[in-house]
Design a protein around this ligand. Structure first.
Ligand code: ADE
Length: 323
């Protein structure tokens, strides 16, 4: 899976070098490319925001800069007026500050290699194309719910995710859905958000989702993207050591739908006088499974009553209903 992230703080994404996601990147399961939005700004100060129309506090991110950045990342032709600015890949030394703004104020026609090219399917040498049949569904119109248009030689486009507190809720189900995509593009807003015309413009070409990770307001989308990338990345084949973990997860579709996981224990069997529940030492798989389900239901009722209320009675057995 390819992930592009556009942000004014590429350094936020250093944790993506670590742990499961870092290993997935090393192995090539995940191809993460982080871009500095300011590289597509066109004034000396590399300005990315302006005051909101209609008044009010804060600043809104400028559509022109976002348009150029997204066009460059998805491999679309530059807007009239020529390409401005190059791409940014995490790890280069352009991460910090506004120095170098003057150089970028001069339009730089897409220097070879300055922008990360779209994905190339193994076995092809045509940039931005994927061999027919490598991604489903084929030939669906952009903006109709398909995130990638794939027919013979047609460029694949990413599904675009814009983190915002006003978006649709992120969930395990959405993580599962996004884990099926070949290419995701995250556009991190800051301040009061991105000029709405950007989402409008790209929903004509890509599938665009505004997504919230919870009912609270962060200072920007970067942390939300880290959350989503970790939730999505661990679902990719081969990322977790044990594929069963994904099936047993809280909220996992199937037997854990609308349930959170119960408590877990490891050795020693007694710690500070506290014993591990005997059933877990019994070696009786059926009893262990029953106990785990009971505990999941008890915890859900205690910590997430709204989820417990949404449990489908048809999926509860006699034992469940007693809890
Ligand atoms: N940006 C700011 N707050 C956010 C939230 N709760 N979810 C996603 N993106 C955000």
């Amino acid at each position: 899976m390819r992930l592009d992230i556009i942000s004014i703080f590429p350094e936020y994404f250093a944790p993506l070098d670590v742990s499961l996601i870092g290993k997935a990147r090393e192995r090539g399961t995940l191809d993460v490319r982080v871009h500095q939005l300011r590289d597509w700004a066109y004034d000396v100060h590399r300005t990315v925001d302006d005051t909101p129309y209609g008044g009010g506090p804060g600043m809104v991110m400028k559509p022109e800069v976002w348009g150029e950045a997204i066009d460059a990342v998805i491999g679309a032709s530059a807007v009239p007026g020529g390409a401005r600015g190059g791409g940014h890949v995490q790890g280069s030394d352009e991460d910090e500050g506004r120095d170098g703004g003057e150089a970028r104020a001069t339009p730089q026609a897409s220097a070879p290699g300055s922008v990360v090219p779209p994905p190339v399917a193994p076995g092809t040498d045509a940039p931005g194309t994927v061999e027919p049949g490598t991604v489903e569904p084929a030939g669906v119109e952009p903006g109709t719910g398909a995130s990638a248009t794939v027919a013979s030689g047609t460029p694949v486009l990413p599904r675009m995710i814009v983190p915002t507190p006003s978006g649709r809720p992120f969930s395990q189900e959405l993580a599962q859905e996004l884990a099926q995509e070949p290419w995701l593009l995250f556009a991190c807003g800051r301040y009061e958000g991105i000029d709405s015309r950007v989402m409008e413009e790209y929903s004509g070409r890509l599938r665009v989702d505004e997504v919230s990770i919870g009912d609270y307001v962060l200072a920007g989308g970067e942390v939300a993207v880290l959350v989503m990338v970790e939730a999505i990345g661990r679902l990719l084949p081969g990322v977790l050591g044990n594929a069963q973990s994904v099936v047993d997860d809280s909220f996992a579709p199937g037997s854990m739908e609308n349930l959170v996981e119960g408590p877990v224990y490891t050795k020693p069997p007694v710690w500070r006088g506290r014993e591990v529940p005997a059933v877990l030492l019994s070696g009786h798989h059926g009893n262990v499974a029953r106990w785990r389900r009971d505990e999941a239901i008890r915890r859900t009722v205690r910590n997430r009553p709204e989820l417990a209320a949404a449990l489908d009675p048809a999926k509860l057995d006699k034992h469940d209903r007693k809890l």
